[in-house]
Design a protein around this ligand. Structure first.
Ligand SMILES: Cc1cc2nc3c(=O)[nH]c(=O)nc-3n(C[C@H](O)[C@H](O)[C@H](O)COP(=O)(O)OP(=O)(O)OC[C@H]3O[C@@H](n4cnc5c(N)ncnc54)[C@H](O)[C@@H]3O)c2cc1C
Length: 420
């Protein structure tokens, strides 16, 4: 049985060797990334395996529950409530290697770490999340977020700045952007806009304001049943929409935002008083530059079994995977048990007919105001998959309470502990 440990015993002289050094340690199962996907997969494995030899490679000392950042930006929750120590999230029976992976070598069943050392494995799970490409918006610097009317909920260090920006807004033009997908939580760019609209009304500044939603998508939401509700919300709130638009530049000292049509070269400029930016996103370089990647740069896995078609001992889940579902923690909750079942079937030499399959379930709790939420749950075919026996396409107070109180508790105590 392994004990939880933090690794630092790495021979650094090997880092500069011309040939790759032999792995200095080996684990039966190596999980790269200790976020929602990695921690949940580790927990399921450690519950199921009698004598688990599982190592999680994760450089960060902290673990964030990102879905609550929406409510931090809306002034409902303190950001500290969204973070805990990684060591308290990972299962006690797993080893924790506190480093980043810098390359995958699946032909040698090994990964290389930031200090140049290598770890070998029998089975690999990749869960490194998605990369935020702030630099793709010209003129934008991350340090600026939370100042001069520019903000973003897409980061632990920046989400509080959104609340400050909303409170400082004295009327004028408020812009909320969404890049072309894929992004994590495709609903987050509009959730904060609905909270902002509510907040502006409460403060009496809404009647002297324009609220604009500028998105890279062709419509408000991909699932038509929920889009119908959201279009009514937009109408009720008097929000202006600009679809098929990508933010390409901001000029902060002049408060100008420049958008480009996703269908051509045409540029549109908006003078803003505040702007909430959802950054362009893509696969992490460590995945994109590896043999594990598909053409788009995501970890290539079968969309039903989560197994790599090229390396049968490799699996992936979460935002970094090629799974064509909505990149959410809710999707991870359903992916993890399927992945673990199929990995254990592979370990035991069972045929793929014994595999479980994932149907693309994802969920997006669409906050439409303080105390209102539409719980969108759907599958690969964009068909609603409600967990509750009532019409979930309606805005509900009860679903808002679920997001505010129920889901965080389920995440920390249920999902990350392998109980869900
Ligand atoms: C503002 C916002 C709102 C959201 N709202 C919701 C919501 O309401 N509902 C919902 O279900 N989801 C929501 N999400 C999305 C959800 O948080 C993600 O989809 C989920 O965290 C994905 O899990 P993951 O494990 O793939 O990635 P992450 O949880 O991001 O974890 C990736 C981990 O990999 C580690 N890592 C990265 N690179 C390396 C490397 N080279 N080596 C080792 N480790 C590495 C990182 O440090 C990180 O710990 C939201 C996200 C945001 C930003």
């Amino acid at each position: 049985m392994t004990t939880q440990s933090v690794s630092s015993d790495i021979p650094d002289a090997l880092a500069s060797a011309d040939v790759r050094p032999k792995p200095t340690r080996h684990h039966q199962i190596v999980i790269v990334g200790g976020g929602a996907g990695g921690a949940t997969a580790a927990a399921h494995l450690c519950r199921k395996l009698r004598d688990p030899d599982v190592a999680v490679i994760e450089p960060s000392e902290t673990h964030d529950y990102q879905p609550l950042w929406t409510l931090v930006g809306g002034g409902v929750v303190n950001k500290e409530k969204t973070r805990c120590h990684e060591i308290d999230v990972l299962p006690k029976k797993a080893s924790w290697i506190r480093q980043a992976v810098t390359s995958f070598e699946p032909d040698e069943n090994a990964v290389t770490l930031a200090d140049g050392s290598r770890v070998g494995y029998d089975y690999l799970i990749v869960a490194v999340g998605i990369k935020l490409n702030w630099e793709q918006v010209k003129g934008l610097s991350v340090e600026q977020l939370g100042h001069d009317g520019v903000c973003s909920n897409y980061g632990y260090d920046t989400c509080e700045g959104t609340w400050r920006t909303l409170r400082e807004f004295q009327g004028g033009t408020a812009v909320f952007t969404m890049p072309p997908p894929p992004i994590k939580c495709a609903g987050a760019p509009q959730k904060i806009m609905y909270l902002a609209d509510d907040h502006f009304r409460k403060r009496g500044v809404r009647d002297r304001s324009r609220v604009i939603y500028a998105a890279g998508t062709p419509g408000i939401f991909s699932v038509k049943e929920f889009a119908a509700t959201l279009n009514k919300v937009i109408e009720r709130k008097g929000i202006e929409t600009m679809f098929k638009q990508r933010l390409v530049e901001i000029v902060p000292n002049e408060r100008r935002a420049i958008f480009q049509s996703t269908e051509g070269e045409e540029l549109t400029e908006i003078k803003y008083d505040m702007i909430h930016i959802t950054p362009p996103q893509g696969p992490p370089d460590v995945v994109r530059n590896s043999p594990l990647a598909n053409e788009a740069g995501w970890v290539k896995v079968d969309k039903a079994t989560l197994q790599s078609p090229d390396y049968p001992n490799v699996f992936s889940l979460g935002d970094a995977s090629s799974l064509p579902t909505s990149k959410t923690g809710a999707a991870v909750r359903k992916e993890a048990p399927v992945l673990v079942h199929n990995l254990m079937a592979t370990m035991n030499g069972r045929p793929s007919s014994d595999f479980k399959t994932y149907d693309g379930y994802a969920s997006c709790p669409l906050v439409t105001g303080y105390g209102k939420l539409v719980l969108a749950e759907f599958d690969y075919d964009l068909k609603p998959k409600p967990s509750f026996p009532f019409d979930t396409t309606k805005e509900r107070w009860s679903m808002y309470q679920l997001k505010r109180y129920g889901l965080p508790m389920l995440y920390w105590r249920g999902m990350c502990k392998g109980r869900l």
